[in-house]
Design a binder for this molecule. Sequence first.
Ligand code: ADP
Ligand code: MG
Length: 253
Amino acid sequence: MGRILAIANQKGGVGKTTTSVNLSACLAYLGKKVLLIDIDPQGNATSGVGINKGETSSCIYDVIIDDEDVKNVIQQTKVENLYVIPATISLAGAEIELVSTISREVRLKHALEEVKDDYDFIIIDCPPSLGLLTINALTASDAVIIPVQCEYYALEGLSQLLSTVRLVQKHLNPTLSIDGVLLTMLDARTNLGIQVIEEVKKYFQDKVYKTIIPRNVRLSEAPSFGEPIIIYDPKSRGAEVYLELAREVVKNG
Ligand code: ADP
Ligand code: MG
């Protein structure tokens, strides 16, 4: 049965999209069939796997707002086993349009029921907010992955995210769990990184992934080539660590 994972944190720039793209591609590399869903109107995950947003006519917007059949919007990527539902700029209006829509929190969940068992993993890249798109992702998911940047104020905002997770558990999706907290962009040359790791581990304990993602230039270059790191530079440290994370996620499942 397919496992649905939302990559969420309302803070921007913490590594949600980088993790969504590269975890998805690494799971695919391990032989899993993966569907990556981009629900951020910026569409960075979409372009990160090589899909040209300008040439894409239908996207996740049509599924969530217009009841389009989910199978009609799935696209193949150049990575074997990796499929994507793109986001285009039309999704920018969805947050507002959803407010007055029937069963607004469960639309993605219902849409995915049809394809859930066709994939080993479905990974959802969330926007940097706790609005209805993120609520839809949390409601549709089995578990959430929370990327936390190894920086000052790393824990800031996390209590708000956790209380949103609890509200979703209470009212919409009782079986939602936290798969793990992922420490990202660690700069090993500074003490600050080590302090943040300790602080986050004290707070989340065994919920923190053993894999820690370091800062790696190749990871930040790959998106402009529309390639996940495992394709762009399979020998890089970035590829190594995301493969390690993929193995950990498979084990958790
Ligand atoms: P979010 O989706 O949470 O907004 P992104 O994944 O887009 O965050 O990351 C923000 C920026 O940081 C991007 O430019 C991305 O390329 C870069 N980045 C993310 N993770 C790493 C990393 N481990 N090493 C270097 N750069 C990274
Ligand atoms: Mg993003």
